[in-house]
Ligand binder design. Sequence first.
Ligand SMILES: O=C(O)C1CCN(c2ccc(-c3cc(CO)ccc3Cl)cn2)CC1
Length: 309
Amino acid sequence: MTNEALTKIMDTSDEWISSRTGIRQRHISVDENTSDLATKVGQQLLAKSGLQAEELDFIIVATISPDSNMPSTANIVQANLGAINAFSFDLTAACSGFVYSLAVADKLIASGAYKNGIVIGADVMSKIVDWTDRSTSVLFGDGAGGVLLQALSETPSIIAESLKADGKRGVCLTSNRTQPSSPFSTHNLSDELYLKMDGRAVFDFAVRDVPKNILETLEKSDTPLEAVDYFLLHQANTRILDKMARKLKTDRSKFLANMQEYGNTTAASIPILLSEAVASGSIKLDGSQKIVLTGFGGGLTWGTLVVKI
Ligand SMILES: O=C(O)C1CCN(c2ccc(-c3cc(CO)ccc3Cl)cn2)CC1
């Protein structure tokens, strides 16, 4: 759905959206739910790797838009793939969900307890945005992406990580709140299902806290800034990437971007970007490169992984 198409259903403009966010279009699911998108990612990962579904030990789906709480979207994906030996669960960390999930999956394998796992970031944001709110509904899109992790060597792929949260500032970006309601409730407040965002507060949080997190994680891994081949940041807003590149005194071209095509797909944004970078050959998957993966958003949550890839 292009910005132009959005002008037909709300008072906005291509000029406003693209100049303020860099977004030119986004994909909107008509009838596919989050598990349908995530299942397609799982099928692609199995096909590309040649691994059988029965060989999977675990499936983690990072999402804030699950089909349901119970079963989890990961449970539905597990059934759809026929991954009969995999335990599966959703992980909720909004736009940091993929980075958090990758860090968790890495430990499941590094502990020696498991060998093969799939981590998927998937969100159908079109079902949780308020389509009467032009300040937020134009920012988000639907999508899914993921990775297969395997215990193939002793050398770690994630060479440093720094995962953060600040629940005190969680009010800046909320969705899907359900209020207490029972015969014993003293007051019946209404649920707040749709996404609400204090854009200014979230933007300022990203500009202030994210560069610090990236530098801190690079320092932990003894990786100088210039040794990083690519920065794959959550695709929320192109002006954020501009500011990050300036703050980190790094060439803007190292900050990969595809929000122009997908909008902000929340937990899916980093894995979609990673998948496209691999498909284009920018990331060669030959162990010769170092990339930075950084998520930031609802919770508030943020986190960086330095990955040898
Ligand atoms: O320029 C303007 O008036 C507006 C100003 C507000 N904007 C924003 C603000 C915040 C975000 C955002 C969202 C998430 C959630 O995934 C995470 C991280 C960020 Cl930085 C995206 N856009 C849009 C343009």
